[in-house]
Design a protein around this ligand. Structure first.
Ligand SMILES: Nc1ncnc2c1ncn2[C@@H]1O[C@H](COP(=O)(O)OP(=O)(O)OP(=O)(O)O)[C@@H](O)[C@H]1O
Length: 578
């Protein structure tokens, strides 16, 4: 992700905040309390002035003292409650934003994830929302209260003594002159830093997931260098940031000290001349604090606003991407129904067609096998049936109904997909078996499923049995074991349509036999579509479709095709195992 220049659009930001429906009442209360805190902080110097100007201890007005104490207490209490309320509103707004974004991400079509790295999406979900949270919960409230303090103090000072105030106001353009460019540089660096960190995050996540490939290919030196490029970029930006901050700090200190000395010096002369009370001088200095403290945070606020604009833009991009089409809610029981493909065409990229006018009928309780050279488009047919993508031409229909119109959840619930690499999650065997079922299965049911998949023996050999953790992507299981867990999961889902992508990786003959037996059993009584890599599957299939470069070049039974399709015959001879 490049640190793109965000369009400075407060409107988009407010739209995003409004979209998460923040608790407006609480927010208003928080702001009012914070304003009261600012108000109290404006009063304190006035009372201090009277206190200082009281020459004798005995003359101290007790009422005055108690009002001062009250102002302190008000500042403390309102500040605490107001601060908490604003923070709470911000936290809950960001919670809603994260929930919205997460829900949205889950509903995005597979094609979105083909184009975006998962590390990038998770960085938007976690980091970008974090940036917005920072702004809403801390920088924005302190900006509002700070602005009130600053403006209020300036007005009061002017009324108190316009000559002294004028000296102070001289400092305002100086401070602005220094802060404005520095703030701009800081926000630019901040944005770049954010982008570079997100890039590093995405890169590291991706590479660590493929650690085995890196090790097996001796890729460590390359990755070491690669990682260091990212780290160096972040370091360089960090150093730049440090330089700017290092310059900013002493400048601010010098300005503050200069003003102090100036006011104190001028004030002392005026006190001695009798034109100013010492109380007024103290009050002046306190107001000076009220002005300088928020002014120092303004640069940070504007930097944060810029960052939040970038984050808003990236989040908006995700929220503006349409969901996968969920259909019109029609539900169909696919038992006993034929799945028809009619002239289905498809491309991932317009310039390269992947499927061209594919037609087939998958009859209930039969096995339809797809065979053909690698890259022909067999897996793509499955992806279209799962509705991961939409055909660019033609339809898949069931009982005359385009599957695209069916309720997506209901449709997918009727399909069992056992893929080549048997997708499993990090977690226990139990969690993996009942994933997505929406109900808790009893141990008995789980063991029954495992038994049907010939997986009960090895699971019961694990000391932790069903609670065995299988590691990220099931790395703690063997290939055959992983597949049998996936098959057991398919059994437990009891799908009406079964889609199998036979593994090409050769398992040892014993586990292969077990996997095969499990699959044979699973196919029984369902409509099965299988991408065949084994001769026995092909021979037993009711129909075979031979797919070459996205086209069906022949279909029929094994024996029919052997006779009529020379390419099929040679393919079977060369490619099929067993
Ligand atoms: N997500 C994707 N984005 C772009 N192109 C893709 C994508 N997935 C597959 N392809 C392309 O589509 C073509 C068909 O791929 P597909 O995986 O369907 O073939 P296959 O017949 O299943 O191959 P194999 O038997 O090797 O698994 C290939 O040329 C591949 O490069």
């Amino acid at each position: 992700m490049e640190a793109q220049k965000p369009t400075f659009s407060m409107k988009d930001f407010l739209k995003l905040i409004n979209r998460v429906n923040p608790k407006k009442g609480l927010f208003l209360l928080g702001i009012i309390l914070s304003l009261m805190t600012s108000g109290a902080s404006l009063l304190v110097p006035q009372f201090t002035k009277t206190l200082v100007d009281t020459s004798e201890l005995s003359k101290i007005d007790l009422n005055m003292l108690s009002i001062l104490l009250l102002a302190f207490a008000a500042q403390l209490i309102f500040g605490t409650i107001g601060g908490f309320l604003l923070r709470y509103v911000g936290e809950s707004a960001v919670k809603t934003l994260r929930e919205k974004l997460w829900d949205h991400l889950l509903k995005l079509p597979v094609s979105y994830f083909d184009q975006h790295k998962s590390g990038e999406s998770s960085s938007r979900l976690v980091n970008d929302t974090g940036v917005i949270k920072e702004l809403v919960t801390s920088h924005f409230p302190s900006f509002i209260t700070g602005a009130i303090q600053l403006i209020g103090s300036m007005i009061i000072l002017f009324f108190m003594d316009w000559k002294m105030a004028s000296i102070m106001f001289l400092a305002v353009p100086i401070v602005a002159l220094v802060l404005f460019p520095i703030g701009k540089i800081m926000s630019k660096i901040g944005r770049q830093l954010q982008g570079a960190t997100a890039d590093f995050n995405a890169e590291a996540t991706e590479k660590l997931t493929e650690i085995r490939l890196i090790k097996a290919s001796n890729g460590e030196p390359f990755e070491r260098k690669n990682g260091r490029t990212f780290i160096a970029k972040i370091f360089k930006l960090g150093v730049k940031d440090a330089k700017v901050e290092a310059v900013l700090q002493p400048i601010m200190m010098t300005v503050i000290l200069g003003l102090f000395v100036g006011i104190l010096g001028y004030g002392a002369v005026r006190v001695q001349a009798g034109t100013l009370t010492s109380g007024s001088l103290v009050a002046f200095l306190l107001y000076l604090f009220n002005i300088l403290m928020p002014a120092a945070t303004f640069a940070m606020f504007f930097a944060q606003v810029q960052k939040a604009m970038g984050a808003t833009e990236r989040i908006e991009q995700i929220l503006a991407t349409s969901f996968e089409p969920a259909g019109n809610g029609t539900t169909i029981d696919v038992v006993g129904q034929t799945i028809q493909a009619r002239d289905v065409s498809f491309y991932y990229n317009e310039d390269r067609p992947v499927l061209k006018n594919i037609s087939f009928d998958a009859y209930p309780n039969s096995v339809i096998a797809f065979a053909g050279p690698s890259g022909g488009g067999k897996t793509t047919i499955f992806a279209l049936l799962e509705r991961f993508y939409e055909p660019t031409g033609g339809v898949f229909a069931i009982n005359g109904q385009n599957i695209q119109q069916l309720d997506l959840t209901d449709w997918r619930a009727q399909i069992g997909y056992v893929s080549q690499d048997s997708a499993v999650f990090a977690g226990s065997i139990r969690e993996n078996l009942q994933y997505g079922l929406g109900r808790t299965l009893s141990d008995e049911e789980l063991w029954h499923g495992l038994a049907l998949a010939y997986a009960d023996a090895f699971v019961s050999n694990f000391p932790q049995k069903l609670e065995t953790e299988i590691g990220e992507r099931g790395v703690k299981l063997s290939g055959g074991q992983k597949q049998r867990i996936a098959i057991a999961r398919a059994f437990l889902r009891n799908p009406k349509i079964l889609m199998l992508d036979e593994a090409t990786a050769s398992l040892d003959s014993q586990s292969e036999e077990k996997v095969q037996r499990a699959l044979d059993q699973l196919m029984e009584g369902r409509t099965t579509l299988v991408i065949a890599h084994r001769l026995s599957t092909i021979v037993d299939a009711d129909q075979i479709y031979f797919i070459e470069q996205g086209e069906v070049t022949g279909h029929g039974t094994h024996h029919e095709l052997l006779k009529t399709h020379p390419l099929y015959a040679s393919y079977v001879n060369e490619q099929m195992v067993n």
